[in-house]
Design a protein around this ligand. Structure first.
Ligand code: CP3
Length: 353
């Protein structure tokens, strides 16, 4: 079979991710598809979140909604980090206002032994990606994504969203064999789901380790990093890779050694400081970020000032050689009650840089 992947080195996001000079400042926003958009709320009426992720026409339409409305430089596949678990047969649902909830928490050796592993293509997602690629222009990249094993392990072990990830960290330390068996199985599932997306033609990928920031650097290195690195290695040289987590200021150095070309930075760390931490561990990489999502509520003047500050910090890191590019984004996802016109205006301001 010939690959459906497009050749779009001049798409601004792909140019920046591969260290070339983009024709304009690329920008996309995490959670750009979702409840901030009236067209999203309408499309989702009466349809469960996870059901939506397995309907090719619907997932394709929702993926393209923010590209049509905001003129962002990339679409991100409408899916969720628990979709590969669901496709593997894990009893998981997404509860509105809460997030992923498991039928039963995975805490013992026999729970891990019984955890199914994804061993097939997720054909509905592959089909949806085909539809998205027909709509996107050559300047618009399609970003696929997967959740990283630590973040997925937290949902599995805690049985749902967690404030402090206590059971997860306790298992990691008290039962390292069970922990590593669990991470092994999740990693295999994630790699299989990533392959579905890559085979279907995604242009770039992001590994979301949203909750890794709860770990010490030592725990991250020992119990988490090898699995994330293994996932990223499966697409090395195939598509550009972005790696992101929240409150990962203290983890940017070890996370950068996992192998991605682009490091996502949350809003807490100025980009020039983030660049220095990454550079010292792994050499210059492309930065992604890092406008505080709350700034989309603060009015145009504040937004403009913050966008200017972030641009200057990225430019300074690029000028001193500690970063090799910048993709504009938020420091975490668009909040559900964000005014979509503020998002459109932020994109315009960023494109004027
Ligand atoms: O960024 C995008 O536009 C693509 C879509 C996307 C979703 N989930 C859709 C979604 C992405 C990239 C994700 C990843 C994801 N899912 C992460 C990592 C990113 C991050 O935010 O750190 C995590 C931790 C999850 C788990 C999850 N799924 C949570 C915490 C929630 C929110 C629960 C809620 O209702 O507030 C979900 C549900 C979810 N995933 C929604 C969307 C649009 C909201 C559900 C809805 O619209 O009904």
């Amino acid at each position: 079979m010939t690959s459906p992947r497009r050749t779009i080195p001049d798409a601004p996001l792909i140019a920046a991710a591969t260290g070339s000079v983009p024709s304009r400042q690329p920008v996309w926003f995490m959670r750009q598809a979702g409840r901030s958009l009236p067209e999203y709320r309408k499309a989702r009426e009466g349809i469960g979140m996870l059901d939506a992720c397995f309907r090719p026409d619907l997932l394709a339409d929702i993926t393209c909604q923010p590209v049509r409305r905001h003129d962002v430089d990339a679409a991100i596949l409408f899916s969720d980090i628990v979709v590969p678990l669901k496709a593997a047969g894990v009893d998981v649902d997404i509860v509105p206002g809460r997030g992923p909830v498991m039928g039963k928490a995975v805490t013992t050796k026999s729970d891990v032994d019984n955890l199914p592993v994804l061993d097939h293509e997720v054909s509905h997602v592959a089909e949806g990606i085909g539809i998205i690629l027909e709509e996107l222009q050559p300047a618009q990249a399609l970003i696929g994504f997967v959740g990283a094993p630590f973040t997925l392990a937290s949902y599995l072990v805690e049985g749902g969203p967690s404030k402090n990830h206590c059971a997860t960290k306790a298992l990691m330390h008290a039962e390292p064999e069970i922990w590593h068996a669990l991470m092994r199985k999740i990693t295999d599932t994630v790699i299989r789901f990533l392959r579905t997306q890559v085979d279907a033609g995604i242009d770039c990928m992001q590994l979301f380790d949203s909750w890794a920031g709860y770990l010490t650097a030592a725990d991250y290195r020992r119990h988490v990093l090898p699995y994330s690195a293994e996932i990223l290695a499966t697409v090395d040289g195939v598509i550009p890779r972005i790696h992101f987590g929240v409150t990962t200021g203290e983890l940017l150095a070890p996370m950068s050694t996992a192998g991605a070309e682009v490091m996502g930075v949350d809003w807490r760390v100025p980009l020039d400081q983030a660049a220095r931490r990454i550079f010292d561990a792994s050499g210059a990489k492309v930065l992604q970020g890092n406008l505080d999502p709350a700034m989309l509520f603060a009015g145009e003047q504040v937004m403009e000032e913050e966008i200017g500050r972030i641009h200057r910090e990225a430019a300074s890191a690029m000028a001193n050689g500690t970063a090799s590019g910048h993709i504009f984004n938020l420091g975490h996802g668009v909040l559900p009650d964000t005014d979509p016109d503020a998002v459109t205006r932020a994109v315009e301001l960023i494109h004027e840089l």
